[in-house]
Design a protein around this ligand. Structure first.
Ligand code: ZN
Length: 261
């Protein structure tokens, strides 16, 4: 039986097993599906049980990582791509597994022009497109990227360190002048523990030459498409404890240091 966590920060959260997730493919609009929790990843659960193939059954747009943090995952147009730490971009194999990812079946409800501007300006423009009552947003921005600061993480060998250890080994690089799809989510701070509160964006160049977790960016004009999410189904692998969910300012500060610097 799914575990109903009720309404958390304006989004309805339910936990499911892998088998329950596989049996529940008639997903609704406004529903995001997540593999494991960010808190589990932080505490060193770097190997999940869900395959990329199973993940794609639940969504065509999203982001995440692969087992042992072997690259950043970008899901766009129903395809899963991996930005590796050497900067190369490869298709994820259907039987690759993920310890953390979130996807949705994306349907644009709201569209608008964004840019020119940087990460904060562009995400503020996307915020302004959505009604103030919207707790959680999925976004796709097709834009000319003038500059992007991108991150990936090399594969971590077992025994797994924590996410914080792994991110100390992250590779950061800059890319300039390319057309890309920027995809991701904005979650409310109350889902801290499950998800990264605030904006989390990954991008992939239209020609698939560049991809990664977005630390910073500068775009020319772009077109943003937004879907409001009001339901989050979290697949929790057997043996993975779900930590306390709820806003913890110290944890959010640590996450922001790791994810947005
Ligand atoms: Zn990321």
């Amino acid at each position: 039986m799914p575990i109903d966590d009720g309404l958390i920060g304006g989004i309805h959260v339910a936990r499911v097993t892998r088998a329950e997730a596989a049996a529940d493919l008639d997903q609704h609009d406004h529903e995001a599906f997540q593999a494991s929790t960010l808190d589990a990843l932080l505490r060193g659960s770097l190997a999940g049980d869900l395959t990329i193939g199973e993940l794609l059954d639940h969504g065509d747009l999203g982001l995440g990582t692969r087992n042992l943090l072997d690259g950043e995952l970008i899901v766009v147009d129903g395809e899963a791509w991996v930005a590796r730490a050497d900067g190369s971009v490869v298709r994820a194999a259907p039987d690759d597994r993920t310890p953390f990812a979130v996807v949705c079946r994306f349907t644009a409800e709201i569209e608008g022009v964004v840019g020119p501007g940087g990460f904060d300006a562009v995400t503020a423009q996307v915020d302004a497109l959505a009604p103030p009552s919207a707790a959680c947003l999925a976004v796709r921005i097709d834009a000319r990227v003038e500059r992007a600061s991108l991150r990936s993480v090399p594969r971590q060998d077992q025994p797994a360190p924590t996410l914080a250890d792994a991110i100390a080994a992250q590779v950061v690089w800059e890319a300039h002048g390319f057309d890309a799809a920027i995809v991701g989510f904005r979650f409310p701070r109350d889902v801290d523990g499950l998800e990264l509160p605030g904006w989390h964006l990954h991008l992939i160049a239209d020609d698939r030459s560049v991809a990664g977790h977005v630390l910073d960016l500068e775009i020319a004009r772009g077109r943003a498409q937004v879907e409001i999410q009001d339901e989050l189904h979290v697949e929790v692998p057997a043996g993975v404890a779900v930590g306390r969910v709820g806003y913890d300012p110290e944890r959010v500060r640590r996450l922001e240091d790791m994810e947005r610097d």
